[in-house]
Each structure stands twice: as C-alpha cells, then as structure tokens.
Design a protein around this ligand. Structure first.
Ligand SMILES: Nc1ncnc2c1ncn2[C@@H]1O[C@H](COP(=O)(O)OP(=O)(O)OP(=O)(O)O)[C@@H](O)[C@H]1O
Length: 295
C-alpha cells in the first residue's frame, strides 16, 4: 500500500497553508509534528478528501483519491480535532449511527462495534450519553468510530489534545496497537506523542515539510548542540533573550538552563545528548524565551 503526495498545495486567498508537499507513506505510524498553524489540519483534510488541493495530487496505489471518491473513503478512517456527535446519543448509539453512515451491513456493524468497544476500553461506557463523557473517553469513542470500517488509512488530528498524562499514554499504546497493517497519520504539537510510537516523524513548518525521519535521524540532523549551563539567577534574562532555552531548573546552587546553540553559551557549559524535544526547539524554537510550545 502506498499513499503518495505530489507537490500538494493549498491556498486560502493569497495565503499558502500547505506548500508543495511531496511525500510517500506506507504502513506504519507517521507523526506530523508542528506548531499551531503549521498547516497540519489542512494537509489532513486534503488526505481525507474534505478539501481540494489548489495544486498537486494525492495518489493511493497510483490512483487519484478524489477520483476514487467512495472507493477511497471505504478504506479511510478519520478522527477530526473536533468531531461532531449527537449529545443525547449513548456511546453505542453513536457507533451504530456512524456504522450506518459508513454503509456497514447490520451484522458487520454489530461485530465491529462489539470488537471496538473492547479494544478501545469503552465497555463500561456503552450506555453513557456522549455529552457526559470526559475528554479522554470521548476520544476513545472517536477512535472507535474511525476504526469501524477497518481502514487501511487512519488519520488522527491531534488525538491527544486535552488529555491527562495517563490518558495520553493509554492513547499512544492504543494507536500503536491499531497501527498493525495500516497507515496511521497523527498530528500533534507535543513531542512525546510521537517520540515512541511514530516510525517516521514529519516536521511541518509554514506549510512545508522541512524534515522527516526517525527520532534518531532527526536528532542527528541537528546542527546546533545541547548545553547544560549553571548560572546565577541574574544571568538568566540575558540568556533567555539570546538563546533557545528548552528548560530552566532553579535549585539551591543557582539556576540550570538547557540551551540549544552552536557554541557554548557560557564558560563551563557541559554538552548534553540531544533529545527529540531539543530537535523541536532547534527547528521551531525562537530566541527570547518565546518557547511556550515546549514549556
Ligand atoms: N478555511 C480557511 N480559510 C482561511 N485560512 C485558513 C483556513 N483553514 C486554515 N487556514 C489557515 O491556514 C493555516 C494552517 O492552518 P491549520 O489548521 O492547517 O494548521 P494546524 O497546523 O493544523 O494548526 P493547529 O494545530 O492550530 O490546528 C493557518 O494560518 C490557518 O489560519
């Protein structure tokens, strides 16, 4: 299986939200990582045929997905950032409703709903109204609906947004499990969401794909280094202004900063091994302490 984007572009008026992206994906988990407004949702909406490209094309096994139309949607599952549901529906009603919309035969729908309720850990909540579910449980229902047609391509837009750390880990594990024998594309601006489960990480900035690779490959692609610097508290504002600071820890013996920089920022800085969070800051971070995406 192959999903291929060729020079994919989407403009809104004069603004280019997705800028000539060329990419080939096969089975496995792809993590689309970028700051807010990078163009992740726009890209995903095109992959889900909800938005026409201004230029370029998307091919599934060589066929244009917009021409494949319903045949393509049969093999697609999509969890949007905000997904609509009738608030009065119970989880079970909701899943059967989506199964009907997807054109599943009743016997198949019954089997799939049952399987997915177990797989997504929804057994306790089947009779609960959608409007009464917590964010994490609602997203489990969202994943279950996206999986109803056993899609070959599963697209998840910020599936962990607003989840607590436990739910986030549960979700990651679930996505890993679901990724067997299918392509999963998930978008996030949280590094840890993709660090362990994405075989391939795609870095998106201002509509373009600026890098792709495994976590290790991306770490090796850094031209800057990571430094641990212990300084007096009074030196912190100047360092924050002039460097990309990924972490600050204040202790009894002064303040320790983790800084991304080509050269040692202050005498006595110790070079540290880079992590994926540092890669994010290397490519997306700004000097001047404006790194709230990370902190
Ligand atoms: N329908 C639209 N009309 C005009 N501009 C749009 C439209 N949809 C998206 N944009 C713009 O395109 C850019 C990319 O938006 P998009 O939602 O794809 O980014 P994103 O990476 O998914 O961000 P977020 O993580 O905040 O959802 C933004 O500047 C956004 O304002």
């Amino acid at each position: 299986m192959e999903l291929r984007m060729k020079e994919l572009t989407r403009q809104f008026g004069g603004f280019t939200a997705v800028d000539h992206i060329s990419l080939t994906m096969t089975n496995g988990v792809y993590g689309l990582l970028g700051v807010n407004g990078a163009g992740k949702t726009t890209l995903m909406r095109m992959i889900c045929t909800l938005l026409q490209p201004t230029e370029g094309e998307i091919l599934f096994n060589g066929q244009n997905i917009f021409k494949m139309d319903a045949d393509y949607r049969k093999i697609l599952g999509y969890l949007p950032q905000e997904f609509g549901f009738y608030p009065e529906f119970t989880v079970k009603d909701y899943l059967f409703y989506i199964a009907a919309l997807k054109g599943l035969r009743p016997a198949v729908a019954r089997k799939r709903v049952k399987e997915l309720i177990i797989r997504t850990g929804l057994s306790k909540y089947t009779g609960r109204k959608m409007k009464k579910l917590s964010g994490g449980i609602k997203r489990r229902a969202g994943i279950a609906q996206a999986m109803l047609n056993d899609p070959k391509i599963l697209v998840l837009d910020e599936p962990t947004a607003g989840l607590d750390p436990n739910e986030r880990i549960r979700f990651r594990n679930l996505i890993s499990e679901l990724s067997e024998e299918r392509l999963v594309l998930l978008s996030t601006h949280i590094v840890s969401d993709v660090e362990y489960i994405a075989g391939e990480i795609l870095l998106m900035k201002d509509g373009a794909l600026i890098r792709q690779g495994t976590a290790d490959e991306l770490i090796r692609s850094m031209t800057e280094k990571v430094w641990l610097c212990r300084v007096e508290k009074s030196a912190v504002p100047a360092l924050m202004k002039n460097y990309k600071v990924s972490n600050i820890r204040t202790g009894t013996h002064g303040t320790e900063l983790r800084i991304i920089s080509e050269k040692s920022p202050v005498p006595g800085s110790v070079m540290e091994e880079a992590a994926l969070e540092d890669v994010f800051l290397h490519y997306f971070g700004e000097k001047g302490g404006n790194n709230d995406v990370l902190l």
